[in-house]
Design a protein around this ligand. Structure first.
Ligand SMILES: [Ca+2]
Ligand SMILES: [Ca+2]
Ligand SMILES: [Ca+2]
Length: 325
């Protein structure tokens, strides 16, 4: 699914990469106008080189420090003429090779050499209703996100820092706090963009996102575990799937001990399992009673054996299951 959006946006991505790389991001390592640079397109599994001289023979080598061979990938391409946006670009497909964070890339035409270590930056969720984009990166690292409409003529970007755990979320319904970042942005089905991180040597890692939302539940397809099931209003955990009793079991099971104390989790799981059994037998009344008991037990331990956040999520989820019966 990741490849799908990446393919769709790749042609236009060139423009954003070009503009963002050279003009819009005030940065000490901003890429100078006309200077050759290149990008690892992590989600689309390809590498693109921009602004190299027409006719230059470019050699791309990629080495993964975790494998014994060196290098792990070598490819060459000749830079074609291009009248797009005043610069050149050439794409390197990587057949049989998977781009991963930490790989070391070098690109050269024999005169100019650029290097880039592929960054850890991924998008994990796009919410069309909240206008938020979430993802992961290295803890405390600088992240950029850009957002375009299909026309390519209107875009915004935001620069921010991932938290101590490497998580990040950007709310595009709020205008950019830094100069030039642009106004508020409404994520719609035609929206697309990237999350990105710069390297030290005019290289950049991109991870593409798209607002395409087939079932209309506001969770974009690429991050929707049930892309053909509209879960709107019944999706407390925002995975794009309608909340179910068995889903509640899984959600609880996967919560870490600092969210739900282990002994508490055990007793709560027993209650949910009973509710699932009741539902499977068609005994809706019993199931509802069991789920209501589940909610009361959580309320009693809120802020004690269960964190506030986990309590909110589990209760909202259980209420959805009750409503859907
Ligand atoms: Ca969806
Ligand atoms: Ca759900
Ligand atoms: Ca869905």
């Amino acid at each position: 699914m990741i490849t799908k959006i990446a393919d769709r946006v790749f042609c236009i991505l060139f423009l954003s990469a070009f503009v963002l790389g050279m003009v819009l991001i005030p940065s000490t390592n901003a890429v100078a106008q006309g200077s050759p640079w290149f990008a690892a397109h992590l989600s689309g599994n390809h590498v693109a080189a921009y602004n190299w001289p027409v006719g230059a023979i470019l050699t791309l080598t990629i080495d993964d420090p975790n494998t014994p061979g060196f290098p792990d990938f070598v490819g060459t391409e000749i830079v074609p003429e291009s009248d797009l946006y005043g610069g050149t670009w050439i794409n390197f497909e990587l057949p049989g090779f998977e781009l991963r964070p930490g790989q070391y890339m070098t690109i050269t035409d024999g005169f100019t050499t650029r290097t880039h270590t592929v960054k850890t930056v991924i998008v994990t969720s796009v919410d069309l209703l909240a206008d938020t984009i979430s993802g992961e990166a290295e803890p405390n690292s600088d992240v950029g996100v850009n957002a375009h409409y299909e026309s390519g003529g209107h875009y915004v970007y935001r620069n921010f820092v991932a938290d101590v755990n490497g998580n990040w979320m950007i709310d595009l319904s709020i205008s950019g706090p830094n100069e030039g970042e642009g106004p508020t942005y409404d994520i719609v089905a035609e929206s697309w963009g990237t999350a990105f991180q710069r390297g030290e040597d005019e290289g950049i890692t991109y991870y593409a996102w798209s607002g395409n939302d087939t079932d209309g539940d506001s969770i974009a397809d690429d991050f929707d575990n049930c892309p053909n099931e509209n879960a709107f209003g019944y999706d407390a955990d925002e995975d794009g799937c309608i909340d179910t009793a068995s889903g509640l079991e899984t959600l609880l099971q996967n919560m870490p001990a600092d969210e739900v104390a282990t002994n508490m989790k055990k007793s709560l799981l027993a209650v949910v399992k009973n509710a699932t059994k009741s539902l499977n037998k068609g005994n809706v009344t019993a199931a509802i009673k069991q789920l209501e008991a589940f909610i009361l037990r959580i309320e009693a331990q809120r802020g004690k054996k269960i964190s506030e956040l986990a309590a909110d999520l589990l209760i909202a989820y259980a209420q959805n299951v009750i409503m859907l019966r």
